[in-house]
Design a protein. Structure first.
Length: 416
């Protein structure tokens, strides 16, 4: 049998669309799929923690603060083990008003942070998930020929050393080792109502990046923090698996190895914190270099399958974060609240079912308890609204996208 021109055209379009999904996998839960909740304390303060000097999860935000607690302290050691439960909801509304909703589904994000110092030297070790998300639109929804499901998970091990050369200044630097996996599924329209032709892509990669931070304490009540996390390049290797392909298409759509490259963005954060005795107010400005996602290049090992080069045009973004902590009963109890605004890196031209992302507004609350013998526990709850975005790309499913997610955090640990 000969492959018809109609089938060939559909397959070429389907292959190009499939490749494009890799550049926007998993943006449903947060801006550019970055996870801002790396601890229950930071979650309750909406991430306004770069200049905080008493944060158990400082290994992610500002490791220099581990040796800056309480001005001069001969010895300090702190650590937390915890997780945040994410419950995202994403909604597509078609032009005629039909609504398709994904979620809410529970996604746990675990973490471990350890850090401390002796005199003017210190260090930290962290295990966390800085990027990750998943979305599953289901088998029967109208956009299944663009995407049915996608997921991306990045696990990071970070190690830092810190030094306090003078009383009011702490510096840190270190390395970040990342391991990542991705998965994508979609249907292919082959104009055969009796077939459910589909393709699944899975891949894995690893990357190495750096981290540097400082904490400045010009006066007793006021601290200034700066943190930099470098870009990390992930060269994914995986396989594309095609199911139930018509025989006339098998020479163009059979299982093959694939490679693609994705650059996790760099992050700059600048923060201020003021402690007035019974409470601490903090503010952060955060900058992500999402412009590293300029285009997607996907290379299929099978030479019969055309490689794809496709522009994505993501933008760098700014986020504003505000937090306040009030302490009671000789600092044994802390009540926290936070607010954040995050811009979206996804331009109007690429908003679609694989990247239903928009600007986000977050409100957060939380509390902490310090028990005898240095034990501590922290909880947080935050709600994020993802603003509505209209689809302007004629090649994508028309309509609009909006969503939200609830984040519930719990940490237990110690602080000496």
């Amino acid at each position: 049998m000969k492959m018809t021109a109609r089938y060939g055209a559909r397959l070429c379009v389907a292959t190009a669309t499939l490749a494009a999904l890799l550049a926007t996998t998993g943006t449903a839960h947060a801006g550019g799929f970055a996870i801002s909740e790396q601890g229950a304390t930071s979650g309750a303060l909406a991430g306004a923690v770069t200049a905080r000097q008493d944060l158990p999860e400082a290994g992610f935000y500002n490791p220099a603060s581990y040796i800056a607690k309480d001005g001069i302290k001969p010895f300090s050691f702190t650590g937390v083990l915890g997780a945040t439960l994410l419950r995202p909801t994403i909604q597509h509304t078609s032009p005629d008003g039909e609504v398709t909703q994904v979620g809410p589904e529970n996604t746990p994000v675990p973490r471990l942070h350890l850090g401390g110092g002796v005199g003017m030297f210190g260090g930290s070790l962290s295990l966390d998930v800085p990027f990750g998300s998943s979305i599953d639109w289901g088998e029967d929804w109208a956009g299944r020929y663009e995407i049915k499901s996608s997921s991306l998970q990045v696990l990071e091990l970070g190690a830092n050393v810190a030094v306090r050369p003078i009383r009011f200044l702490s510096l840190s630097g270190g390395v970040r080792l990342q391991s990542s996996t991705l998965g994508i599924a979609r249907d292919i329209d082959v104009a055969d109502l009796e077939r459910d032709t589909s393709v699944n892509i899975t891949g894995s990669a690893a990357g190495v990046g750096g981290q540097a931070s400082l904490l400045l304490r010009p006066i007793e009540q006021f601290t200034i923090g700066f943190s930099y996390r470098s870009r990390v390049t992930h060269n994914f290797e995986g396989v594309a698996n095609f199911d139930d392909v018509p025989i006339e298409l098998e020479d163009r759509a059979h299982d093959t190895q694939m490679t693609t490259r994705f650059v996790m963005p760099g992050r700059f954060a600048f923060g201020l914190a003021f402690d007035h005795g019974s409470g601490t107010a903090s503010a952060d400005v955060e900058y992500f270099t999402w412009s590293s996602t300029e285009q997607l290049v996907i290379d299929f090992e099978d030479e019969q399958m055309d490689d794809v080069v496709q522009p994505r045009g993501w933008k760098n973004t700014l986020a504003l974060r505000l937090g306040y902590e009030h302490r009671l009963l000789a600092d044994l109890i802390a009540l926290r609240a936070g607010f954040a605004y995050d811009a979206s890196p996804v331009p109007d031209q690429t908003v679609g079912p694989s990247s239903p992302d928009g600007p986000r507004i977050t409100g957060a609350l939380g509390a902490g308890v310090r028990a005898p013998f240095g034990l501590l526990a922290n909880v947080s709850a935050s709600y994020t609204k993802i603003s509505e975005r209209e689809v302007v790309n004629e090649a994508s499913l028309p309509g609009s996208y909006e969503g939200s997610f609830l984040a519930l955090g719990l940490d237990i640990g110690f602080d000496f």
